[in-house]
Design a protein around this ligand. Structure first.
Ligand SMILES: *Cc1c(COP(=O)(O)O)cnc(C)c1O
Length: 396
């Protein structure tokens, strides 16, 4: 380990660790102090001098969000749109595509519900078809199967990088190589991967990528972003426009903004945008490689120790497994496990088939417990969590 995380400093800079053992970073990460300060300072300025006037003073900080996004993803700042959340970002890209009857959308088994619901709506509207690429023996999207499924009707490859309900990491770059070779647009939902591992759109080869502020990036809620490759920009029609996305050039005509901000709209959460920029800087300051190393190691340890408990099953798939851990405890409803953990000062969550139906039906799962560990979590916190689960499991 070249760049090991200074956990003491990470914790000192995370006010929340004084209050709770937070293992719900896949729901929302705890904001670090610099992010919290940036958001609060701007809200205070809005209250003191007026919202529009505060925004004028904050132009540099707001603009920095695009530079930070570009540095995070290895893209250009004009390829970044900052929007309300990952879903809006993803929707602006997906609903910006046109589909003809019989054209195919290739996706993965662990696809996120919101994305799949959008496929269903568009399929119903246009006659496009949804094709779910099977998993390989390791539980990740089968890259060979994807390659074989591509034909002249394939209009889009749209995949979730890290699904919401478990540790799986889909082979994003291998998928990108196939998409590029076939000349098929590639949309990547990086909502759970952003902030816990490096993301390089050149190495991945995606044309569009969506992510959120609040999860592993530890930014404020109510912000997300979309990357659209410059060459792809003109192939998408923003599904709705306003006076920020376009200019009313004459009575009969409007002109789209030349950059990815054509997917934004005028009113937005300025404090959140500033906070997102600071959160990205903060993550880059630790280094995404170093973050990934610690997150993966902590999660691997949790999986091994959970699996060793009687009556506890770990459900994570994948060749590469990340910081999300899914599990169930025999005879214990996951909602009750979550409530009990909360009462013990530990935040974990549940994940249901309503979020990743195809994957969970295939495995005959309805509801699991889910946690997302982050680099600021300590070994002592993890011990406390495992003690709690051990207390639930039937004893031998
Ligand atoms: C949370 C999540 C989303 C939605 O992100 P929002 O910022 O809440 O819109 C999308 N995809 C995946 C895989 C997620 O886990």
């Amino acid at each position: 380990m070249t760049n090991a995380i200074d956990v003491e400093r990470a914790r000192a800079e995370t006010p929340g660790v004084a209050h709770v053992i937070h293992l719900n970073n896949c729901g929302a990460g705890l904001m670090p102090a610099p992010v919290l300060a940036a958001v609060l300072n701007h809200l205070r300025l809005e209250a003191e001098i007026g919202g529009h006037e505060a925004a004028e003073r904050a132009v540099a900080a707001v603009e920095h969000c695009y530079d930070a996004g570009a540095a995070l993803l290895n893209c250009r700042r004009d390829e970044v749109a900052v929007v309300e959340n990952a879903t809006v970002g993803w929707d602006m890209a997906f609903y910006g595509m046109r589909f003809a009857p019989g054209e195919r959308i290739l996706t993965a088994a662990a696809e996120y519900a919101s994305n799949y619901i959008a496929y269903l709506q568009v399929a119903r509207r246009t006659g496009a078809e949804i094709v779910v690429v099977p998993n390989d023996a390791g539980g990740q999207l089968d890259v060979r199967a994807l390659e074989n499924l591509i034909d002249e009707k394939t209009r889009l490859i749209s995949v979730t990088h890290v699904p919401t309900g478990g540790g799986l990491v889909n082979p994003a770059a291998a998928i990108g190589r196939i998409a590029r070779a076939a000349g098929v647009p590639y949309l990547l939902d990086a909502c759970q991967s952003a902030g816990q591992m490096p993301l390089d759109v050149e190495a991945i080869g995606c044309d569009m990528l969506s992510a959120t502020s609040r999860k592993f990036l530890r930014g404020p809620r109510g912000a997300g972003f979309l990357y659209v490759r410059t060459e792809t920009l003109e192939r998408l029609e923003p599904p709705f426009l306003d006076l920020h996305a376009a200019r009313w050039a004459s009575r009969e005509r409007y002109e789209l903004r030349p950059d990815a901000r054509r997917f934004e709209n005028w009113e937005n959460y300025i404090a959140g945008k500033i906070g997102l920029g600071v959160a990205i800087d903060y993550a880059l300051g630790w280094g995404l490689q170093a973050i990934r190393e610690r997150v993966y190691a902590l999660a691997d340890g949790i999986r091994a120790r959970l699996a060793a408990l009687r009556g506890v099953a770990v459900h994570d798939l994948g060749v590469e497994k990340c910081g999300i851990v899914s599990f169930t405890v025999d005879g214990h409803d996951p909602h009750a496990v979550k409530r009990g953990a909360r009462a013990a000062g530990i935040n974990i969550d549940t994940s249901s088939a309503f979020s990743t139906r195809i994957d969970m039906e295939a495995r005959d799962l309805q509801l699991v417990n889910r946690l997302g560990v982050h680099y600021y979590n300590s070994e002592a916190e993890i011990d406390r969590f495992l003690d709690y689960v051990e207390g639930l499991a039937p004893r031998s």
